[in-house]
Design a protein around this ligand. Structure first.
Ligand SMILES: Nc1ncnc2c1ncn2[C@@H]1O[C@H](COP(=O)(O)OP(=O)(O)OP(=O)(O)O)[C@@H](O)[C@H]1O
Ligand SMILES: [Mg+2]
Length: 255
């Protein structure tokens, strides 16, 4: 990846995105930008539209109107595999591994079909790189375990491994800390910081607001498909509109 070439600023732009699902508008004219190597979190109550935004950026949903620009390229409506090849990878809120393959095989498949260059290399090199990635996410010792036999926390790490295997420039992590033990959350945070040092830009959805506050450069708070606040973690988490949007939800700002 040519990490140092000049990238147009901003790096990712969402411009007046409107999304309809089941004949209801669920994203209402949403705009924001990301800079290269930023870590930005999207927060908001259940149904706010967080995952829908990921679907739009990665091509799984086409917006009714609006544009998505990545490195200055208009990728609105592109197929997911093309967006992946351009350098945007994601994890899903519900892990989607190939359950009857081993952990290692899952990563090998991602390397073979998602990665831009490695498919030109030897089988040995592909397996070596898959093992490196598994070590990085802390699954080195589970390489021969069937994906269906992994714990929830391990399945989430496998999701990250499969996304990293596509050699992304930008990584979207949906609910990356959900269901993880405090220890597993700490290793996930270490991994995120490492990925940023390696040059990645990260957009993260998470419900643990104390974790979000620690890792994010910026937070975007969403409610009913609209941005209610954005800025530094301190600014956003103290914003009364953000607290209000969580009322009636099953979590608190202290969680
Ligand atoms: N597969 C789907 N088909 C139709 N409507 C959907 C679908 N998934 C989500 N929606 C609707 O789109 C809106 C936004 O949902 P979305 O999943 O993006 O919210 P979210 O912020 O990710 O919520 P959560 O915190 O529960 O994951 C909600 O009104 C939801 O009911
Ligand atoms: Mg969601």
């Amino acid at each position: 990846m040519e990490k140092n070439r000049l990238i147009p600023s901003p790096y990712l732009t969402l411009e007046s995105i409107v999304v309809e699902r089941n004949r209801q508008i669920v994203i209402r004219g949403l705009s924001f930008t990301l800079k290269r190597q930023e870590i930005v979190s999207i927060i908001g109550p259940n149904g706010a539209g967080k995952s829908t935004i990921f679907d739009v950026i990665t091509g799984f949903l086409k917006p009714l109107s609006g544009r998505v620009l990545f490195r200055g390229i208009d990728i609105t409506g592109w197929d997911p595999y093309k967006i992946c090849r351009l350098g945007i990878a994601r994890t899903f809120q519900i892990a989607r591994p190939f359950v009857s393959m081993t952990t290692l095989e899952n990563v090998v498949v991602a390397l073979m079909f998602g990665h831009k260059r490695i498919k030109l290399q030897s089988k040995d090199r592909i397996y070596e790189r898959a093992r490196e990635i598994l070590e990085m996410v802390g699954l080195g010792h589970k390489s021969r375990t069937l994906a269906r036999c992994l714990t929830l926390s391990e399945q989430r790490r496998l999701e990250v491994a499969r996304a990293v295997a596509t050699d992304p420039e930008m990584l979207l992590l949906d609910e990356f800390a959900a269901g993880l033990s405090p220890k597993a959350i700490e290793s996930a945070i270490t991994l995120i910081e490492r990925l940023r040092r390696e040059g990645l830009t990260l957009l993260i959805i998470d419900h643990f607001l104390n974790v979000t506050a620690r890792i994010s450069d910026r937070i975007i708070a969403l409610d009913q498909g609209e941005i209610v606040a954005s800025g530094s973690p301190e600014e956003v988490l103290q914003n009364p509109l953000v607290a209000a949007s969580y009322l009636g939800d099953n979590l608190t700002l202290e969680e």
